[in-house]
Design a protein around this ligand. Structure first.
Ligand SMILES: *Cc1c(COP(=O)(O)O)cnc(C)c1O
Length: 384
């Protein structure tokens, strides 16, 4: 089934009004938190409201988030999970033992590490490929016919851009499904289903929530009747990877400003990328919004309204220089994660030294602060 057309309302409208949700009981313009774990049946023993029986399967606040996310993605359906990794695991757990999967190399390290261990345990053949190289990706699909292919664009922390449409075609031609981790771009910059991905995954902990105060994950699907989607839903209901009502409520609250935050984070990141490109202490800047970036032309076609909050740069002088600069930063918090309103910096080589990450690489998650203040902070830390 082809993906549904994107909603006729723009994302800013859908998000700001939480998809039009109100609190029916009071007329409040903000929906309520529903903490009940169990729901009444009527005299005929039929669930009295909306089919609700038990909150592992029927979570009103989770459903509110799912409804809004599905509209933002142009998806047929969405599901939320208690973390991004729980959403990753939900997809991979549908694979039968002995299956073959294709996973983009050098993506979010937590995903790679978990998938490697899972595939070994399940006797699943795992092939890792540089998906930003469309020819290599296509050839690998043709040779191995994976049941599932996993991409992440822009990738974290290398900022590689994957051309979703031809990758989807290559996977489909060989009978598989394409899943895209769109955490960095969010549906605001790239609604990946419209480019042919079958399922979109988000660490909602990042940009979707945007306030560094909720751990959550999400999936959105083009075809809700597919066997894989049904398997994911039934596994979530039975195995219980369910987002709690308070977290779902907070996530929905965070999502109301998503388009606004993404716009500001992207314009700030663009300014900082340009500033760092001209800085004598900086060797390279990896940001898809820069014309010098390898994936810039593709990013311009695939991303609308900006290039996201994530930006990496390599400091001249390797680890000592990079760690020295990080120590002097006053506004950027030295912390992992991304997509929050506050700017963060990470020395990735300290975290994943074995993945070939340059010693001098610093990854920024650019927040919504004043861009001039952020540039000044980088300037004093790097030495003007
Ligand atoms: C953080 C992250 C994840 C994992 O999500 P959690 O919410 O931390 O479990 C997966 N993919 C990407 C790209 C991420 O940044």
């Amino acid at each position: 089934m082809a993906p549904k057309n994107l909603d006729t309302l723009k994302p800013a409208t859908i998000a700001a009004q939480a998809g039009g949700l109100l609190d029916d009981a009071t007329g409040g313009v903000v929906p309520s938190i529903h903490p009940a774990t169990t729901f009444v049946r009527d005299e005929d023993y039929v669930p009295a409201v909306d089919g609700n029986v038990y909150s592992r399967s029927h979570a009103p606040n989770g459903r509110m988030v799912e409804g809004v996310l599905a509209r933002l993605e142009g998806a047929a359906d969405a599901m939320v999970f208690p973390s991004g990794m729980a959403a990753v695991a939900a997809v991979f757990r549908t694979l039968p033992a002995g299956a073959t999967v294709l996973v983009q190399s050098q993506i979010y390290w937590g995903t790679t590490a978990w998938i490697r261990a899972f595939c070994t345990r399940r006797d699943i053949t795992l092939i890792e490929v540089e998906a930003a190289d469309t020819d290599a990706f296509t050839a690998t699909c043709t040779a191995h016919k994976p049941a599932l292919a996993w991409i992440e664009t822009p990738s974290n922390p290398w900022l590689r851009i994957v051309d979703i449409a031809p990758c989807a075609e290559a996977v489909h031609a060989n009978g598989g499904l394409l899943v895209a981790d769109m955490t960095t771009a969010t549906p605001v910059l790239t609604p990946a289903l419209s480019f042919g991905a079958d399922i979109v995954m988000h660490s909602a902990t990042k940009g979707l929530n945007g306030h560094s105060d909720v751990l959550a994950g999400a999936l959105a699907v083009a075809d809700a009747s597919s066997a894989v989607w049904q398997a994911i839903r039934s596994d979530r209901d039975m195995a219980g990877a369910v987002l709690g009502p308070f977290e779902a409520w907070l996530l929905l609250r965070g999502m109301r400003t998503l388009p606004l935050r993404v716009e500001r984070m992207s314009s700030n990141a663009q300014k900082l990328a340009e500033y760092l490109s001209d800085h004598p202490a900086v060797e390279t800047v990896l940001y898809p919004g820069l014309p010098t970036h390898k994936g810039h032309t593709l990013a311009c076609a695939q991303m609308k309204g900006g290039f996201g909050p994530l930006l990496s740069f390599v400091v001249k002088g390797a680890a000592p220089a990079a760690l020295g600069a990080v120590a002097r930063l006053k506004l950027f918090h030295r912390a992992t994660s991304l997509g929050g309103v506050e700017s963060l910096v990470e020395h990735r080589h300290t975290i994943e030294p074995h993945t070939g990450i340059p010693e001098g690489l610093l990854r920024l998650s650019v927040g919504i602060e004043d861009a001039g203040d952020l540039a000044d902070d980088l300037g004093q830390a790097l030495g003007q």
